[in-house]
Ligand binder design. Sequence first.
Ligand code: CTP
Length: 417
Amino acid sequence: MTDPRTLAGRRVLLIVAGGIAAYKALELIRLVTGQGGSVQCVLTEAGARFVTPLSLQALSGAEVRTDLFSLSLESEMGHIALSRAADLLVVCPATADLMAAMATGRAHDLATTLLLATDTPVLIAPAMNVRMWDHPATQANLATLKARGVHVVGPDEGVMACNEFGFGRLSEPPAIVAQIASLLAPAPQPLAGRHALVTAGPTHEPIDPVRYIANRSSGQQGYAVAAALRVLGARVTLVSGPTTLAAPPGVERVEVETAWQMLAACRDALPADVAVCTAAVADWHVTPTPTKIKKTPGGTPPTLILADNPDILAELSQPSARRPTLVVGFAAETNDVIAHATAKRARKGCDWIVANDVRAETGIMGGQDNEVTLITPDGAETWPRQPKTQVAAGLAARIADMLAGCSPLSPRTPEPR
Ligand code: CTP
């Protein structure tokens, strides 16, 4: 039997488009609210020919939205915020026309604008005549939507309102609700009760009050790792050099500027079960002058005397009572990537190292994608080029697997290498 409160606290934005099956949206609202969920309806112009706003409103208990240019809607909650306030967007029924609009990115009414503007998961329940469903245009649109991560339930096979037989019938509302419940099920949190320390971004090493030494790191990979560890339930401390990125939700960010400040913040954050050092820490600093270095006409340019910065990864990897159970480094290399990264893992004493090729032509440093090789005591494993968020999700999953066998916050002496 279904848990009657499976959808407690979950918010569904239901888009009802124009099809004969639109009346089943009413049953869907009843089932979602019956399981504790809330439903906000958006009705398209064509949908309003099949069901009335009043019946949707009576069942959902919320005012039905129909108009992209509604002054009252914009004053209460902008149409963009409307989609963001939901945990899931459900299109029921999804007509061939609405699927085509979604696939081509049209935004001509409230429903299509919401669908284009959202980053919330979307579930569509298609319903249409069998020939429309089978048409290569609809199938191509379906493939496009699936490739973009849109979830699809149905259609079912059967006799349609037009008396034809085949695929095109809207799935029954209980099947749609089951799909909604599985999409909204809380994600497993294998890192609950664990503390993760992540370093990210560049460091800035001041030369004088207005100048500094920096590098091209954007911080994206580290922020993605912090977010992915948080999604798996870890408490995350993100020690970040200067970036333009927002802290991922639920992550505690400590902002620093220099390598020495980053080291101090990492020491303060211990103990941790896992440390992931993605920061592009400057290897050297200069002793900054308290006042701006002035040009002297005809004089010699100033000489910068560099001094070593602390190696944060190497310090965190030192055997000690406060050593995290797992220490992961990143290796930014421009040649002989795997050989250099393997040597770096041994030299720094970390458990794993994630090697990446940061030659300018790879577009990795500062870019959206990454192509990494994970080097562990068991060997090297190259992952395909993918968005940094997916690299982060893959790494977080591996960290969760590794920590599954260790008790929380247990210091561990690294294996001999
Ligand atoms: N790292 C660190 N502190 C430093 C330098 C690097 O914690 N002072 C960490 C990075 O966060 C990364 C790893 O060490 O996890 C490797 O960084 P990388 O820049 O690739 O190597 P370097 O140690 O700087 O060595 P090299 O410049 O010789 O490649």
